[in-house]
Design a protein around this ligand. Sequence first.
Ligand code: SF4
Ligand code: SF4
Length: 302
Amino acid sequence: MGKKQQELVIISGKGGTGKTSIVASFAALAGKCVMADCDVDAADLHLVLDPQVIRSESFSGGKRASVITGRCTACGTCAEVCRFDAVSFDGPSNSRVEKTFRIDPVACEGCGVCSWFCEDDAIDFGPAVNGEWFVSETRHGPMVHARLGIAEENSGKLVSLVRKEAVNLAEERGIGLVVIDGSPGIGCPVIASITGADMVLVVTEPTVSGLHDLLRVADLTRHFATPAMVCINKWDLNPQVASEIEEQACKKGLRIAGKVRYDRAVTKAQISRLPVVEYQDNGCSGDIRSVWESVSSLMQST
Ligand code: SF4
Ligand code: SF4
């Protein structure tokens, strides 16, 4: 039996294309959906949707070493074998030595080599807490979002977890649509965002880099055989490049879902903590509505 929930992922080759404004507006237009903010490096959907957190959990995506001060004999082996310069000789004293070794949790890459070589069993090699994830209620439905810890890298694991929890929540509550604010780029996190999705909407802007990023993302969606559409945001800032994007997108087999004009109301809506379609009816809100209609009707027909 196929899955009951449809997953729509909105991505962009890079940040700053206005992707999150479009996701927030889709949430408002969908009636009822579960939202997943998979842009965990720069999560900002919560700024517009004003979520009330009802559950929070820590996220562990790997392991990390730390010296057990009381057992350390200051032999220095861990510093010798660490290839990431994460070990320094400035730890506190214990009953045997005046100074012990210490591991910098930010520099530690979690390879585990030091714990393998420590003959005194003085290195704890356990799960690292890399961030937190949350389930929240918003006026447009529940939302799953996350926050990476300071200096933590997004490996795609947290993205997969946020997406999975959003689908579970949709199933529990009988909600048929999950709207996912995908990760930027074309690396591991964005692959984790789009794999197995029912539809991808690529939000781009009329710049040379916007076109370049769109073509890279198009290759990615084709590779994963995920149906994809394109939205050209702020198209009227450069109509010539916008036309070129339309042409190139068609050559790549991508459908144009629509174009959204540049509108200062987007910023004003953000300041008011509202999706722009709730802030005004005309201007770019009309354009976003028409993009939403194209995307939702294609999803219903698949
Ligand atoms: S290898 Fe073990 S005992 Fe030696 S300095 Fe490192 S933590 Fe201390
Ligand atoms: S786990 Fe690896 S990176 Fe971390 S301190 Fe030990 S050797 Fe260095």
